[in-house]
Every structure is written in structure tokens, then in C-alpha cells.
Ligand binder design. Sequence first.
Ligand code: ZN
Length: 197
Amino acid sequence: MPFPDRSQEDTVLWKHSPAYQLLHTTSERDKQKASSSGKPPTTWRKIWKLKAPSKIKHFCWKLYSDCLPNASNLRKRGVLSQRGCPLCRAKEEDSTHTFQRCPFTSETLTRQQLKSFPYQFACMQDLVEFSFDNLEKDQLTKWVITMWDVWRQRNLALREEPIRQPEETATFALNFMSRMANAAFVANQPFSIIENG
Ligand SMILES: [Zn+2]
């Protein structure tokens, strides 16, 4: 399965747009605050220790901070957005929908036997903390890669481009992990072997 190029990464905002600048400024400020406090939150530290490409860790940090540019977050930042979920056409798109309730996501997680979360979390911080505290190492890696890929499929759907079905998304994480292992991935090492592979 080919790996998508960087043009499919997790934002569809033009980088000079007001929305992008707002989100970028907010995320950089929060990141600096966390890293300069002397004692960053445990989950924050765990995210950066994750054995995964830096782009996935960066996504996970955005998920934890709930600063991904979905319709709800854009509205909070003063950017009018009337649209719903690009994956299932639900009326309201926020992070709790995309990463928990959306039928696309829940079917993907069920197929991965990852539907072990005891309840729906009200915020992304709780969801990410629960995952890092309770999932086994491989399960956690699979979950993070899956969330990253769900967000990419959501971005493709937003641009009305073809997306993978949940069963394909479910196997994507496993294939990705297999390629990481085959590439003898070392944490914080440049990921060129896999990205170019
Ligand atoms: Zn949805």
C-alpha cells in the first residue's frame, strides 16, 4: 500500500490564512508553555517518547490539545464554519465526534478490536490520557496511528477525494507498524526510510 505524500497531511488550511495562523500560534504557545514549565505533563512527555514518526507524534499532541482545525474548533476561533462531519455527514463536527462517535471511526476501531474504551470521553485530553495510561504498547501505537489516519481520511473527504473504507483503515495501522518494524525504526530518527519506501 503506497504511503501518501506530505500534501495529505493533517491540515487543509492554507498556511497564510487567518485560521491557520490562529491555530499555529495557539499550538506553538501551548507547546512552549508545556516544555518550559520544567515539569511537563506526563502524557505530553509520553507522546514525544512514542516510537512513531514525528509527524504522528505531532498529530497526537494536536489531538491531546484539541487544536485540530475541525468545524467546532474553527468556530471557537471566530472562523465561521457551517459544515458537518465530512466522513458521515453528521451535522456537528467536533473532536469527540470525529475520534469517538463517528460511525467511520467506531467501525474502524471495532475491526481492530480496539473498542475497549469504557465510555465516551467528553474531551480529547481525557481520551488521550486514558489511552496512554491503559493501552498496551502495541495497542497504543496502533490506536495513535489509526487516529492519525482517520484524520487524514477526514481531510480527503473534506476535499471530496476518495477515501479508504473502515476495513482498509483498520489494516492500514497494522501495515504501517509492520513497515516501521521492518525499517528498524529508532525513536527520533528521521523517518526517511519509511516515508520514501
Ligand atoms: Zn462522522
